[in-house]
Design a protein around this ligand. Structure first.
Ligand code: UDP
Length: 553
């Protein structure tokens, strides 16, 4: 495969002259290295030095201009994993005049997005750390379109999921090792460096034990739009789309019912379900549904997504393959199985995903509570959970423990030992949680997306007061509906009123169905009250408070 950018598409001399005269131009977003993405004109990469180079000239721009704070600790994170010290980006500086003494640059004509994949061998990491962040970083900058070039700087090979990265743009992504093929000095005409972290929901436990991110900024809507776009590119059609394309609703309902099926996502090398055949039989019998198995070892990824996108229930051991639950239809159920001594509450990337607002998935976990049903692998290498390399005492402690204590990523031997166990799934206890969930959720059927339209402020809030007696007073508060309500069909509209006596630090909250109310309890004469009013749709969609009212009795 020849690796050359046709230098004919760009006027080489114009480009070289621009670089020599204007140097590099950088403007970034973000206050901190952790939320920064930078856009460059004429950023260069020297493969010999393995460094990006910023050329200074009289007209070069570097914003933010941090001086040496650029190294404290870095200009930005190259991956979507926050503040990881193996993922820092910086460039080297040179005067543009130095170009005279350097190899002739090769110009990259494409708009380029440069970043690190975090762990391209692991499907969960591929989606959570790379595909989703790249997809939405590209949405953020309109010139990062289907023609954009992706450059992976982490230095790994293509990896097992390279085809998924290829769906993000029509151009072949470049690996770091390939950059040297273009010559000693490569200059990116237009490039972006860094990834948006807006879509990530999980932190892997580098500084505190793993768990959901503190401030999740993504909803099921964005995840599902990403999933739909990927499915389109994989030429997968969903049942919902097939319905749109014809067939009476009645027929489709009928078909839907017959087609309700369970997917068991199986792993064939580690963390096995030892009685998978028995499990499949039991599920089919108890749920009266077809059961299909899929595995990454046996099927193409698109064919797995095709199956999952129509499933009612997805059953799988904890593991990266569960990220495919983002392709489940709304209303489906994720059943995550955990090996002995592993607490489901402490490892929740898939629970958090399923629970994102608007994801509309049900989530159930099951944990092997019977030690006799677990098969351990103490003799394996440490990264597959082996413990024979540890001191005898430590081995014994781990073997005696029935619960892995909270720990940091990524080499805790007790955690690895337990998470790589194989499990004989106790069918009755699994069926019990499944049937219980079915009862409480009423049904496992596909549901319509819930509305996410929030109320506007209530308008023209007013208060009127009157003094009744020496220690009795009345406070009447009234307001108009939010402006957007007249265009909406809302199941339930309520108002919340907060009343606070000036100078006090507590308030009384009231929920009201109507647009005015006269308060008399706890209202004192000759007192100033602060009153806030907001609208609430369907119990949980809160609007903003109107400006505070000052009401004197
Ligand atoms: N994997 C698999 N079958 C197996 C074991 C692993 O398909 O029997 C896949 C898994 O889905 C993930 C990758 O191999 O994409 C790495 O698996 P590992 O157990 O290291 O990670 P985990 O699943 O715990 O995130």
């Amino acid at each position: 495969q020849s690796q050359e950018f046709s230098q004919a598409h760009i006027d080489y001399h114009v480009a070289l002259q621009a670089l020599q005269e204007h140097g590099t131009h950088m403007v970034c977003t973000g206050k901190m290295h952790t939320d920064r993405i930078c856009r460059f004109d004429y950023l260069c990469y020297c493969s010999e030095a393995d460094e990006f180079i910023f050329f200074h000239s009289n007209s070069s721009v570097m914003l933010p201009n941090l001086g040496s704070r650029r190294f404290q600790p870095a200009l930005l994170d190259l991956s979507s994993v926050e503040d990881h010290n193996t993922q820092y980006f910086n460039f080297l500086e040179l005067p543009a005049a130095a170009l005279k003494f350097m190899p002739k640059p090769v110009f990259v004509p494409d708009v380029t997005l440069i970043f690190n994949r975090f762990n391209p061998d692991n499907l969960m990491h591929v989606f959570h750390d790379d595909l989703l962040p790249v997809f939405y970083t590209m949405k953020q900058y309109s010139d990062l379109d289907d023609e954009a070039r992706l450059v992976f700087m982490e230095g790994w090979g293509e990896g097992p999921h390279f085809d998924l990265y290829r769906l993000l743009s029509s151009k072949q992504p470049l690996l770091k090792e390939q950059l040297r093929n273009f010559g000693k000095l490569m200059c990116f005409t237009k490039s972006y460096i860094g990834l948006s972290k807006m879509t990530t929901w999980y932190q892997y436990g580098f500084v505190q034990p793993q768990g959901p991110k503190a401030n999740i900024l993504v909803s099921g809507n964005e995840i599902r739009q990403f999933a739909r776009s990927l499915m389109e590119k994989m030429n997968i059609t969903t049942v919902e789309e097939a319905e749109k394309d014809g067939g009476s609703a009645e027929n489709e309902k009928e078909k839907d019912k017959k087609d309700d099926y369970v997917v068991v996502f199986s792993r064939s090398t580690t963390r096995l379900i030892l009685n998978e055949a028995e499990l499949i039989m039991a599920l089919a019998q108890e749920l009266q549904m077809r059961v299909v198995t899929v595995s990454l070892e046996e099927q193409s990824f698109p064919s797995i997504v095709q199956v999952i996108s129509g499933a009612s229930i997805l059953v799988s051991m904890h593991g990266a393959q569960l990220i495919t639950s983002l392709f489940l239809p709304r209303g489906a159920t994720v059943v995550e199985l955990f090996p002995f001594a592993v607490n489901p509450e402490q490892y929740t990337p898939y629970k958090t995903l399923a629970s994102l607002p608007g994801m509309d998935l049900h989530y159930i976990s099951w944990r092997n509570m019977k030690e006799e049903n677990t098969i351990t692998h103490p003799d394996r290498p440490w990264e597959q959970g082996g413990i024979v390399h540890l001191e005898k005492e430590e081995q014994e402690r781990i073997l005696a423990s029935k619960d892995v204590p909270r720990h940091l990523c990524c080499r805790n031997p007790e955690w690895l030992f337990r998470i790589y166990q194989d499990t004989l799934v106790d069918i009755p206890s699994l069926l019990e949680v499944l049937l219980e969930a079915r009862k409480t959720k009423a049904n496992f059927k596909k549901s319509k997306p819930a509305s996410t339209v929030h109320p506007g402020r209530v308008r023209e809030p007013q208060c009127q007061t009157s003094v009744q007696t020496r220690n009795e007073a009345k406070l009447t508060v009234s307001w108009q509906i939010p402006w957007n309500l007249k265009y909406l069909k809302v199941r339930e509209v309520k108002y919340e009123v907060w009343i606070q006596e000036q100078g006090e630090n507590t308030y009384m909250p009231y929920i009201l169905p109507q647009q005015n109310y006269t308060f008399s309890e706890n209202i004192k004469p000759f007192t100033t009250y602060l009153v806030w009013v907001r609208c609430i749709f369907n119990k949980n969609l809160l609007g903003p408070f109107a400006d505070v009212l000052m009401c004197k009795t």
